[in-house]
Design a protein around this ligand. Structure first.
Ligand code: NAD
Length: 476
């Protein structure tokens, strides 16, 4: 843990292990923090706030820029650690470190563009203006699936705005969080401005975060279930809240699209991070006229994917985070098969010797998925592509919108009119049109409905950490 600029070292009495999900082997011990540690961290962030929020935006920008540089200098070692602790292939881990560094770079620049405005008044002797102020102490909770970029997506805009932070990382990936905090601290982030509380049991820390009056804002990325709890509990002390939650992305392939090109895109985005991404497509709606070539290409490519430890050459399917995740995927696949879905490839756990100590599921393509199946409604968070044919008679946008989530949606079409229709009719926060990577530090990211509140990244990302004060001034 890192509180008030000091590292707290794990002891035998007060620690838990971080594991490699590909082998089940222990990697290192981490401090098991509790409610008291969260309170100490909040005290440290509270003490640091007046000075940090008064530090010039130019100086804050310089520190963030230096942090970006330090993270990039350590990209190789951070990616290696991430492959071990989280399981993603080394190349994907390197991409994630770059993405994490991008947030530090983008918000170092945005720190200097924290503008208020002047507003005309109806009274001749009155002037209006708005000024922006840092929200205060921010409590951040991050997930394991993107264990470094989810940290900087919160910390970089918070620091740019002048806020101080206490962060609790996921219990499955504390070492990645430690590496990121080391980089930021070594780059010159002053003591108390960022604090890290690692813990095996998140509940007591979460309780302190939502109840402590010194915390002004909660920012959370994770499941809708936990997000809903944090939002309702934080309402008691009226904290600002940002939530990046689950998703159930449709992936629509219109008849004018090239089915082979679309299937390649579908395979790349579906199996990224072994399907453990909130923007992973969960329902692939493919027009019946191009259904066969789409399925054939997707299945051919899926069967070529090599599973294994992220550190092995040529591996593109890493382990799932734990046994519970494998069981959830297995249950969804069994439910779909029992209701008539066909397994085109995969459909089972990987049980060969190389996989026995890890949590692996074969990359899978299911065809003829229908709305009654659980996989049609609930997030899979695993390597299963569920494909659904549609015809001209179907209202495809209504089918795509038939979910309580609203994070990402994908559309393949060559028609400009269809693209506009998709932008206007799809009720999702992020829409990729012939594009499987509609994300960037410069673009807002976030969802509607059960996918959350607020946006991260882009200009909107900074606003989440700012209050607007209105000033009315009478000329005397
Ligand atoms: P999770 O909600 O179980 O855990 C996320 C974080 O919340 C972890 O740090 C965990 O320790 C913490 N947590 C759990 N219970 C808590 C409590 N009572 N109080 C305080 N903190 C608590 O989710 P997960 O299974 O780790 O992550 C997967 C989910 O996250 C998926 O639903 C996925 O879609 C979502 N996700 C969303 C985004 C996004 O940007 N929208 C990004 C990544 C993941």
């Amino acid at each position: 843990m890192f509180i008030n600029g000091e590292w707290i070292i794990p002891t035998d009495e007060n620690s838990f292990w971080s594991y490699d999900p590909a082998t089940g082997k222990r990697i290192a011990k981490v401090v098991d923090g509790g409610a008291q540690d969260a309170e100490k961290a909040i005290a440290s962030a509270t003490e640091a706030f007046p000075i940090w929020s008064q530090t010039t935006a130019y100086r804050r920008a310089e520190i963030l820029k230096d942090a970006q540089g330090t993270v990039m200098e350590r990209a190789g070692e951070m990616a290696n650690l991430m492959s071990r602790e989280q399981g993603k292939p080394l190349k994907a881990a390197l991409n994630e470190v770059r993405y994490a560094a991008d947030f530090l770079g983008w918000f170092s620049e945005e720190a200097k563009r924290n503008y208020g405005c002047t507003i005309p008044s109806a009274r001749a002797d009155q002037r209006f203006m708005t000024v922006k102020a840092a929200v205060g102490v921010v409590a951040a909770i991050t997930p394991w699936n993107y264990p470094v970029s989810m940290i900087t997506r919160k910390i970089a805009p918070a620091l740019a705005a002048g806020c101080t932070v206490v962060l609790k990382p996921a219990e499955a990936t504390p070492l990645c969080a430690i590496a990121m905090f080391e980089a930021m601290s070594d780059a010159g982030v002053p003591k108390g401005v960022i604090n890290l509380v690692t813990a095996q049991d998140p509940a007591p820390i979460g309780e302190v975060f939502v109840n402590d009056p010194r915390v002004s804002k909660i920012t959370f990325t994770g499941s809708t279930r936990v997000g809903r709890y944090l939002a309702s509990a934080a309402g008691q002390t009226m904290k600002r809240i940002s939530l990046e939650l689950g998703g159930h992305a449709p992936f629509i392939v219109f008849p004018d699209a090239d089915p082979v090109h679309a299937a390649k895109g579908a395979g790349l985005v579906k199996f990224l991070n072994t399907g453990q991404a909130c923007i992973s497509p969960n329902r692939m709606f493919v027009h019946e006229s191009i259904y066969q070539p789409f399925i054939e290409t997707l299945s051919e490519r899926t069967q070529k994917l090599k599973a294994g430890s992220g550190l092995e050459q040529g591996v593109s399917i890493g382990p799932l985070v734990n046994e519970a995740a494998v069981e959830k995927v297995e249950a969804q696949v069994k439910d779909a098969i029992s209701q008539g879905a066909a397994v085109v490839c995969g459909g089972h756990r990987l049980t060969e010797e190389a996989f026995t100590n890890g949590s692996f599921f074969a990359p899978t393509v299911l065809s003829n998925v229908t709305p009654e199946m659980e996989i049609y409604r609930e997030e899979t968070f695993g390597p299963v592509a569920a494909v659904i044919p549609f015809s001209d008679k179907d209202d495809i946008f209504a089918m795509a919108n038939d979910t309580h989530y609203g994070l990402a949606a994908y559309v393949y079409t060559k028609s400009l009119s269809r693209s506009y229709e998709a932008m206007e009719k799809l009720r999702f926060g992020i829409i990729g049109i012939n594009d499987i990577n509609p994300t960037s530090a410069a673009a807002p990211f976030g969802g509607l409905n059960d996918s959350g509140l607020g946006r991260e990244g882009g200009i909107e990302g900074l606003e989440e950490y700012l209050e607007t004060k209105t000033v009315g001034l009478s000329l005397v």
